[in-house]
Design a protein around this ligand. Structure first.
Ligand SMILES: NC(=O)c1ccc[n+]([C@@H]2O[C@H](COP(=O)([O-])OP(=O)(O)OC[C@H]3O[C@@H](n4cnc5c(N)ncnc54)[C@H](OP(=O)(O)O)[C@@H]3O)[C@@H](O)[C@H]2O)c1
Length: 415
């Protein structure tokens, strides 16, 4: 495997994970970046030694071809992907290397599907996007629920509610603990891109127009806060409520197409559970409303005049922090989080899938899960025999779930 963008906030953690896992499995990997001296220095500071450093720059197509030719899998950490992702994918498809990234930039994913799905399928290359906290755990959890319902009752899902709860380290989190400059600039790139209204479409990644219309009808995305069980407030997913739904809906469309059936539409709803004593209810509602307000603002701006949008994105891009900003190494541990998926079939059968994981969701757990996904993709025969533009769940399959224990993430099903 190659970790491209190994000097970044997330890339260095992916490299650290692979170094650890390579020692156990014998897998071979290298770290790539535009400045190999910086790659060596940053990895040294992160406690990773002995990695081979490859020179590759998104502005130098020959360097990307050379990198892709030397590996089975490229893990791409060079974002914003809207700006930098295309030539890396181009090189992987040309050289027959599988590809995985962490983008949440849905308009970009849709453009990639349009341009590369058939070519990648022909080359038997797996292009796996949105392969971090968004959207690997929820995507696999919902697929597990769907497969379990099919096995137990011979039925598809009618509705799914996914809630995430988090335990953060003691003390007040700093802004840099929650989000990186790379992620902020990626949100700005979507806003300033050609087709940002796609970013809020739950059917953005479904190519069949009839199936897409059904998804929009049955499962629109709402960012409004809701009341949860036991005084909890359910806030919209952060950093954006618009990333997981289209990926999950694409997984269902891909698996249905493979089975030769039409995807059965189901209502998918998600959120972050803010639990606490009843005295803190107004405070939690306030926090959820603030998150909802920001996301509703994003959705409104996505539909605004292109010139206005671009000016706003440009201004935001200069104000917000950039590359290098993000949680420090000592702020990544001591997080834990759970995802709970309540699934229901049309006949009223219910089941729960739980995901329990350790480490900062965006920048440590994400790095581990991407690293483990890379290891799975690199070993022939461990993942389903599919190629083209795949979601994490379609690429890895529920047969891979046990392996994610290595990445400190556990999946379980209960009736
Ligand atoms: N979905 C999720 O759960 C999730 C979680 C984490 C991150 N992400 C996404 O992952 C991406 C990376 O985030 P981050 O916070 O790690 O970003 P970051 O710290 O800004 O890292 C960006 C990386 O890109 C490299 N780079 C920039 N321009 C390059 C070029 N021309 N050629 C080669 N490399 C170049 C940088 O190298 P230099 O050091 O040489 O500048 C750096 O290694 C973002 O798009 C973010 O949104 C998603």
């Amino acid at each position: 495997m190659v970790v491209f963008g190994a000097t970044g906030v997330t890339g260095r953690r992916v490299a650290a994970y692979l170094a650890e896992r390579a020692a156990e499995t014998g897998a071979r990997w290298a770290a790539a970046g535009r400045d190999t001296a910086k790659v060596q220095r940053v990895l040294g500071e992160a406690g990773v030694s002995g990695a081979e450093a490859l020179a590759a720059d998104v502005n130098d197509p020959a360097s990307l071809l050379e990198m892709a030719a030397r590996t089975r899998v490229v893990l791409n950490l060079v974002g914003p992907y809207t700006l930098y992702g295309w030539p890396v994918i181009e090189a992987c498809v040309a050289q027959g290397a599988h590809y995985a990234d962490l983008t949440g930039e849905i308009p970009f994913v849709r453009r990639v599907i349009g341009a590369f799905d058939a070519r990648a399928a022909q080359a038997q290359v797996k292009l796996v996007q949105v392969c971090g906290f968004e959207c690997l755990p929820p995507d696999l959890a919902v697929l597990l629920a769907a497969e379990t319902a099919r096995e137990r009752w011979g039925e598809g899902l009618a509705s799914v509610d996914l809630e995430v709860s988090m335990r953060t380290p003691p003390g007040l989190p700093r802004f840099s603990d929650t989000i990186s400059g790379g992620t902020l600039q990626s949100l700005v790139a979507v806003m300033g891109g050609e087709d940002p209204s796609v970013a809020t479409d739950p059917a953005a990644l479904i190519t069949d127009p009839v199936a897409a219309a059904e998804v929009r009808r049955v499962s629109p995305i709402s960012v409004a806060p809701r009341r949860g069980p036991q005084n909890a407030v359910i806030a919209p997913m952060a950093p954006a409520a618009f990333i997981n739904p289209p990926v999950i809906q694409r997984t269902m469309a891909l698996t249905a197409a493979e089975a030769g059936t039409r995807p059965e539409p189901f209502r998918y709803r998600e959120g972050m559970l803010l639990a606490g004593a009843s005295a803190t209810l107004p405070l939690r509602y306030g926090a959820a409303a603030a998150l909802a307000g920001m996301q509703a603002g994003f959705a409104a701006l996505a539909r605004a005049q292109p010139s206005l949008r671009r000016r706003f994105a440009e201004a935001l891009g200069t104000i917000l922090p950039g590359s290098g900003f993000g949680p420090a190494a000592d702020r990544l541990e001591h997080w834990s989080w759970r995802m709970s998926v309540q699934a229901r079939t049309a006949a009223g059968h219910e089941l729960t899938v739980e995901v329990a994981a350790e480490g900062h969701p965006g920048y440590l757990a994400t790095a581990r899960m991407l690293g483990e996904a890379g290891l799975l993709l690199a070993e022939p025969g461990l993942t389903p025999n599919r190629s083209g533009c795949l979601t994490p769940a379609a690429a890895l399959g529920t047969g891979s779930l046990e392996r994610f224990r290595k990445a400190q993430m556990r999946f379980s099903v209960s009736a």
